[in-house]
Design a protein around this ligand. Structure first.
Ligand code: B1M
Length: 233
């Protein structure tokens, strides 16, 4: 061991979180796993580890990617490190024993391979009591239709991280309309380049800024759905 090697377990919480931002930036998978475990052992709730250590670290990576300081291969390493931290948190976030609230099919749209945000939304939805069917990345409309047909979800979720792929959400929603199934499902959309106005313009039920908002929005729409079913009955 070199003299200047950092022992993660000897850092204070604040120092460790800062170090995890650096380690995520450097794509250090094992260090991210270790940091995640240390914070949990210190009594941090999984959601705080996720948002303060991992998501914030990825935000910093995103800035330097945008500014041309980091490039795809480096960002891929950061993404892999982030995913390994998320893998530790997933069972903790997903198995809360919450009563079943409904079913969601979620996927990233055609042309887009970003999946960290989608995975995070899926994890948080599971934790809130939704069954989540994740159809992965780069989904053509046919994939959504097949999954809808097979799983009969209450909610269809779409993710897009690129300005070039987000318009594809409209293709999916328009096709659902053509097939006469649009109103059978709650359609939620999300991803960094989207906003409320875009969500409305493509015909979604709601735009969700982040995973926590996705959970709250899904719960709210499920409540409305149950109320309208009760009124109809
Ligand atoms: Co990409 N990339 N990338 N990238 N990448 C962005 C999106 C970019 C903003 C970076 C930048 O320039 N600042 C930029 C897009 C610019 C634009 O379109 N305006 C960009 C680009 C340009 C590209 C490539 C074109 C680069 C190239 O090849 N030259 C290429 C495209 C590949 C493709 O998809 N066809 C590309 C590739 C990659 C990697 C493969 C290296 C990697 C992806 C790895 C992976 O996902 N497995 C990657 C990454 C990691 C990023 C950044 C840095 C981080 C994205 C991320 O994971 N964020 C990103 C920069 C940024 O977003 N600021 C960037 C963390 C995650 C937790 O946040 O995904 O926003 P996010 O999810 C949030 C919310 O948005 C929301 O909730 C989530 C959690 O709170 N949400 C939903 C997301 N989906 C939802 C769905 C819902 C609800 C809420 O459904 C109901």
């Amino acid at each position: 061991m070199s003299d200047d090697e950092i022992i993660l377990s000897e850092l204070s919480d604040d120092e460790l979180v800062q170090q995890m931002h650096d380690d995520l930036y450097d794509g250090l998978k094992e260090e991210i796993e270790e940091g995640t475990t240390i914070l949990l052992d210190r009594g941090w709730v999984p959601y705080d580890v996720l948002t303060q250590a991992l998501v914030e670290g990825m935000r910093i990576v995103g800035e330097d990617f945008r500014d041309g300081i980091l490039f795809v291969p480096e960002v891929l390493l950061s993404a892999n490190a982030m995913k390994s931290g998320m893998a530790i948190l997933r069972p903790l976030l997903a198995e809360t024993g919450a009563p079943k609230l409904g079913k969601m099919v979620i996927g990233t749209v055609k042309g887009d391979i970003h999946d960290i945000g989608k995975n995070l939304v899926g994890m948080m939805m599971e934790g809130a009591g939704f069954d989540v069917i994740d159809i992965g990345i780069n989904n053509a409309v046919e994939n959504y239709l097949e999954a809808i047909d097979e799983h009969k979800p209450d909610i269809v979720g779409m993710s897009a991280l690129l300005t070039t792929t987000m318009p594809y959400m409209k293709v999916v929603i328009d096709t659902m309309k053509e097939k006469g199934i649009r109103d059978d499902h709650i359609v939620l959309v999300g991803g960094a380049p989207l906003n409320e106005e875009f969500g409305m313009a493509v015909g979604a039920d709601a735009y969700c800024r982040d995973a926590a908002v996705a959970v709250e929005t899904a719960k709210e729409f499920m409540k409305r759905k149950h109320n309208s079913m009760a009124d109809a009955g």
